[in-house]
Design a protein around this ligand. Structure first.
Ligand code: SF4
Ligand code: SF4
Length: 123
């Protein structure tokens, strides 16, 4: 659980600070409250679930995410429901081109409406 005093310590950088502050107050927020050494944790996206809604892009203080499009091989790896979702959302999906900048604030995890993001130790 993240203590309320950590809200004041939320780093700048989120594209949507209001959404980021809301996420910061979520008692389910995992991670290390932005105190992790960069490169230790990284977000993993479940492509079966991601609908490209961009909440992760909006809240991440370190610009880890950007929106992309599923490649044909990625699309064909999905199950039936994943492909259906992907077609309904023009194959949009989140990418993590700057995953090594993650500080494990956990904002992306609790912001994702599809519960598509988990934080994992990179080593
Ligand atoms: S991971 Fe979640 S928040 Fe990010 S684009 Fe996909 S659905 Fe949206
Ligand atoms: S946990 Fe990492 S990837 Fe997710 S919002 Fe925080 S810094 Fe960005």
């Amino acid at each position: 659980m993240v203590a309320s005093e950590s809200l004041a310590g939320l780093p700048p950088g989120s594209r949507d600070p209001i959404k980021a502050r809301r996420a910061a107050s979520d008692p389910e927020r995992p991670g290390e409250g932005c105190r992790a050494v960069p490169g230790v944790w990284m977000p993993t996206i479940d492509r079966e679930k991601c609908e490209g809604k961009e909440d992760c892009v909006a809240v991440c203080p370190y610009s880890v995410f950007e929106l992309g499009t599923l490649t044909d091989p990625e699309y064909h790896e999905l199950g039936f429901w994943g492909r259906l979702k992907a077609r309904n959302h023009e194959r949009r999906t989140a990418r993590t081109p700057r995953a090594e900048a993650c500080r494990a604030c956990g904002l992306c995890v609790v912001s994702c409406p599809e519960e598509a993001i988990t934080l994992q130790l990179s080593k």
